[in-house]
Design a protein around this ligand. Sequence first.
Ligand code: NOJ
Length: 558
Amino acid sequence: MTFFSFAFPILMKKPMSPIVNNLLIVFCSSAGFSWGAGSSAYQTEGAWNVDGKGISIWDAFSHKKGKIFLNDTADSSCEGYYKFKDDIALMKDMKLNHYRFSISWPRILPTGLKSEKINEKGIKYYSDLINMLLDNKITPIVTLYHWDLPQVLHEKYGGWHNISMVNYFNDFANLCFERFGNRVKYWITFNNPWSIAVEGYETGEHAPGLKLKGTGAYKAAHHIIKAHAKVRHTYDMQWRSKQKGLVGISLTADWGEPVDISNQRDIEAAERYIQFYLGWFATPLFHGDYPQVMKDYIGRKSGQQGLGASRLPVFSPQEKSYIKGTCDFLGLGHFTTRYVTLKNYPSGAGDNYFSDRDLAELVDPQWPDPGSEWLYSVPWGFRRLLNFVKTQYGNPMIYVTENGVSEKMLCTDLCDDWRMKYFKDYINEMLKAIKDGVNVKGYTAWSLLDSFEWDEGFSERFGLYYVDFRNKNKPRYPKASVHYYKRIISSNGFPNQREVESWKRKAVETCSSSNQLLAADPLIGHMEMVTEIVVPTVCTLCILISAVFFMFLLRRRL
Ligand code: NOJ
């Protein structure tokens, strides 16, 4: 994905401020802190058209040529649908406290509508997964929408562009509460609505691929916010007293740092960057309306375009009070940071979400950039973002729902020292934020497995476990970061710096043997091909030739 259309490199000095220091703070997180790993249905399950599952917008989108890198699809992906027991064994070995996964809406409601058909096989799959997690003392954190809308709802109504999604999504969520809510206590309504809105309805890089510049994202986001609020009210009215769970949302945001911290225009540009990113969703959910700066900028630019109303939709007073205060916890996904400076975009020249912000994004070429082109490792931004959430939204309970780093496809090296460093530094900044008083209750490494990385296909690997996608059994191999993360979990943070270094050495030693296994894998794959395809084909041919020969002999005799 390309988050930074306006980014260009610049050499910067790291900013200094009282809350940032580069020392490793040596302390553990609080008791009861939850360590986990995450995944999502479309990215890992595979089994895209079996056992009664309906088609999602991602199935349809990825099957269109030219949409995904190398035209990859997640038709089989990690085969997580069939291998969830193996995956739980991996989680158990790592001693994860929680596992974050998502439910595929079309797997349990093939046409999207509860009134039309409930697919009991899909329900059983998630029910078995939840039971087995609980049997292994792993808490399920369940996302209801990680981007895989039933295709029928897109074709009939235009997906999130249509207000009718609010009720359909509520029916789907209600069914999940009914069937799984006796066992699931942590619900996330939406994963990263920014991406759904901007990449799905504005730039078209993601499914459903609409390019409705300047309006598409705002409209989709408006309906998503209303849908979240409705689901949370449904939970309150029908399930909370019995099930006693929590309902939150997972918002993803980069941190935006002013290029020049003594320049008021840069400070304001960085503030706009965060407000258009995180604030767009968090401010309505915590305070009842869009950030003032979004209303001002989009309203002014819409006026300059000659439009009678703002392109940013408006909440009525009733809607404001209905959506305000609808998060029991905030899920936060965070990967990277940008420097931000003012850049004016004159109105009229193709207004869109990005130009509405009047800013430019910059990166420091010295920031490590091991995998995805947008993902630079900038750990100090994480602490700043967490502190921003604390002060802006009244110190809510936070679960970090995604944090991690990728590597490029061709890299089959399991000794991922850059990922260990990324985890060490980012977790360390999170621990500092906890010390600052930020109410972080859990951390989710993204992701458990290498998986389908949306429009980048399988070319970017975020997994703790390497998945060999060339082999139809999709074997998993631990990267060094598995061993490292395991130590972090068992010590509930970092007990002391010397130990951290020795974990790293040990992890690297272990990964060399896994590397050898992986190196042998193409051979295994080749042998499988020989036994499963070549041998039967040759045998069939032999039988056919013998039969023809036999017939020929018979004819000559007659
Ligand atoms: C956010 C998305 O929620 C997740 O699905 C994706 O894999 C990561 N970012 C990395 O791009």
